[in-house]
Ligand binder design. Structure first.
Ligand SMILES: [Zn+2]
Length: 246
């Protein structure tokens, strides 16, 4: 989905220790404030999400098709998010069929994955519907509708079977990232006044953040379907810290 995030600058206040007399008091450090963007990541503040809560989250499915196709990738994603944030994320095999209810009627900290052919009527597009807890601005849960054509159209992403699987996993990860409060990280890198598809920071190997649109991330079988360690992971970590810093 297109997320327009508002960039908030970090106000870093450094308190100088006053030297009075011979004894130095322990220097007073100003508490670090929350941070809403960094290299290759951006908080989904335009959706009202500023942080990740320490309370557990559960991922579940609206259909057996969604469950069968997405469980492996989401289980790996859940393990990684728990590793880097300390927040327990689990994948349930329970099915909750039916249409996506409004955020106000959804259970807290539940993320439901649906699968549909071109959910917003556009080729290649999936959609996420992130909910905010409002009161404290943490990720509340929400829903994702994955586009089934990544699975049903032969060679959707490429002619390579492994690449196709890795890309499907990365797109799943990308949509999940929105629910956890990460927005798109595209910026006007070429300075032509427009923020275009794929215009994202990259590392020396050309790797882009998973939260770039179109989706970036690792391309190898071993690393695919993981948030990038240099871009997305610091974002997830900071989002968890923001819960305590806000
Ligand atoms: Zn997106």
């Amino acid at each position: 989905m297109r997320g327009r995030a508002i960039r908030s600058g970090l106000v870093a206040a450094t308190a100088g220790a006053a030297v009075a007399g011979v004894l130095l008091a322990a220097p007073a450090h100003a508490a670090d404030g929350p941070v809403y963007s960094g290299k290759g990541w951006k908080a989904f503040t335009s959706a009202g999400i500023y942080s990740i809560s320490p309370d557990p989250y559960v991922i579940r499915f609206a259909s057996a098709t969604a469950r069968d196709r997405l469980t492996p990738a989401l289980k790996r994603a859940a393990v990684q998010i728990t590793e880097v944030t300390g927040v327990k994320v689990t994948v349930s095999s329970e099915l909750t069929p039916g249409a996506r209810p409004p955020c106000s009627e959804q259970p807290r900290h539940v993320m439901t994955f649906h699968m549909k052919y071109r959910p917003i009527g556009k080729r290649g597009m999936s959609q996420s519907y992130a909910c905010t807890s409002g009161a404290d601005g943490s990720a509340f849960g929400g829903a994702v509708v994955m586009n089934s054509e990544y699975w049903t159209s032969p060679n959707w992403f490429s002619n390579n079977k492994t690449t196709n699987r890795v890309m499907r996993d990365n797109v799943t990860l990308h949509e999940l990232g929105h629910l956890f409060g990460l927005a798109h990280v595209n910026t006007d890198r070429d300075g032509d006044g427009r923020v275009e598809g794929g215009e994202c920071v990259r590392n020396s190997a050309g790797r882009k953040p998973v939260m770039c649109t179109p989706t970036g991330g690792y391309r190898t079988a071993a690393s695919g379907g993981r948030y990038t360690w240099e871009f997305d992971v610091p974002g997830l970590r900071q989002m968890r810290k923001n819960y305590d810093l806000r």
